[in-house]
Ligand binder design. Structure first.
Ligand code: PLP
Length: 424
């Protein structure tokens, strides 16, 4: 390895060049807002974001003071009752939502059920829900559940290739349900174009932003999206099982009902009326009592977004992912790793995936054993997430340096690395 600092335009592939890129990175100071374990290179923020500084203290304070001392009074005094809307309002700018159109609630999966049901009910005469075969399984499973719930009048249409989606939309399509950034290969849909195509066919669109929110700027209002859901524990760093969020365009508020008609979605829950009277606004998408401590953690985690320029975030994400591809293809060449993420930076989110026929799981296990944390998706995908607020170019360099050693010496090919754990 040479340690020559290069001052020409094309950055070199040595460590010094990575260090120089970090020195020039306007987002580098944000890393200090997180507690990242020493000796770990964390490339899995697309699965579980790291712990932002201040969150542990905020949660401890909520437990000790708001719960311990305030007790039931804290619903009012500490604003617990407002958390779903308050946290939603803080997520709104990250996804380009209008005011009062986002709430934090439940899980991504449960929120999908609510919004897909609502969308289907707005197109009662139509019978198709269009999705992608390669969509995240829970999304498609939920669509199947909605269809059963609606008396099996609908059909779930699986499209195999992204370029075939628009052609699958017709005058019998009620809903187009897509994930903006694909969980396996990181490919990114053109939200504006596909939303337009769905609307041209008279259908509504549900976007899953699990791998978009906090990874790149999303413009739900600008794209005229109808509904969206997203995840609190990936790029939003809200902690394991953090509340998810959902978005409903203002034009759809109050015009129909979502099926989980719990008391928190009532116009006035504390009137305790015998019949359900749906709130006319985004509040209708709440269901029951929110998990307050998890809401507090997510709320505190959102502090890291203060002052973040989303254009710079996207530029760094594209640079990190491009750099990773270049390093892996150079330093791990000839070892059977095949890039499945788009090479065009404008066509991908903030993750990079490779396949490896024999060793996918074992290579990830060996990397984790050496402190480089990515993850594996069956049957053969090695997935690496790049979180622009805390991943450095030097992290990427060191990760690939260790990966090259593991590949060159076939260190991954040991029985202990092949044995699958319950969570991959
Ligand atoms: C991570 C992810 C989910 C997760 O759903 P949960 O309800 O939190 O388990 C859903 N959809 C997509 C596309 C995801 O990437």
């Amino acid at each position: 390895m040479t340690s020559r600092i290069q001052d020409n335009a094309a950055p070199g592939l040595d460590l010094a060049a990575a260090v120089a890129r970090d020195a020039a990175d306007p987002l580098a100071p944000f890393r200090d807002r997180f507690d990242i374990p020493a000796e770990v290179i964390y490339l899995d923020g697309n699965s579980l974001g790291v712990l932002p500084k201040g969150v542990a203290e905020r949660v401890a304070e909520s437990v000790a003071s708001e719960w311990g001392t305030g007790l039931i009074r804290s619903w009012n005094a500490a604003g617990w009752i407002d958390l779903p809307r308050h946290v939603g309002a803080r997520i709104a700018p990250l996804v380009g939502a209008e005011p009062d159109c986002v709430v934090a609630a439940d899980s991504t999966t449960v929120n999908l059920f609510k919004v897909v049901s609502a969308a289907v009910s707005l197109r009662p005469e139509r019978t198709k829900i269009v999705t992608e075969t390669r969509n995240f399984p829970t999304d498609n499973y939920i669509a199947e559940g909605v269809i059963r719930q609606c008396g099996d009048r609908h059909r779930l249409v699986h499209v195999d290739r992204p370029q075939e989606i628009a052609a699958a939309l017709d005058d019998d399509t009620a809903v187009l349900m897509l994930t903006h950034v694909n969980y396996r290969d990181g490919s990114l849909h053109d939200m504006a174009a596909l939303t337009r195509a769905a609307h041209d066919a008279g259908a509504l669109v549900v976007w899953d932003l699990a791998h978009s929110a906090g990874a790149l700027a999303v413009d739900l209002a600008g794209c005229n999206a109808d509904f969206a859901v997203g995840c609190g524990y990936k790029y939003l760093n809200g902690g394991p099982g953090a509340p998810a969020f959902l978005y409903v365009a203002p034009r759809h508020h109050g015009g129909f009902r979502q099926p989980l008609s719990g008391w928190f979605g009532h116009r006035d829950p504390f009137e305790f009326t015998p019949q359900y009277d749906a709130a006319g606004d985004i509040g209708q998408y709440l269901c029951g009592t929110p998990p307050v401590l998890s809401m507090v953690a997510l709320d505190a985690a959102l502090d890291v977004w203060e002052g973040v320029n989303m254009t710079a975030l996207r530029a760094k994400s594209q640079a990190l992912t491009g750099y990773f591809i270049e390093l892996v293809e150079t330093r791990c060449a000839g070892h059977g790793l095949t890039l499945i993420s788009p090479r065009d930076p404008d066509s991908r989110g903030s993750q990079i995936s490779f396949t490896h026929a024999e060793g996918g799981y074992a290579i990830i296990s060996a990397l984790i054993a050496e402190g480089v944390i990515g993850d594996f998706r069956a049957p053969d995908v090695l997935r690496f997430g790049f979180t622009p607020l805390y991943t450095s170019f030097a992290d990427v360099w060191h990760a690939v340096d260790r990966m090259a050693a593991i590949m060159n010496e076939r260190r991954w090919d040991k029985p202990e690395f092949h044995a699958r754990k319950a969570v991959t």
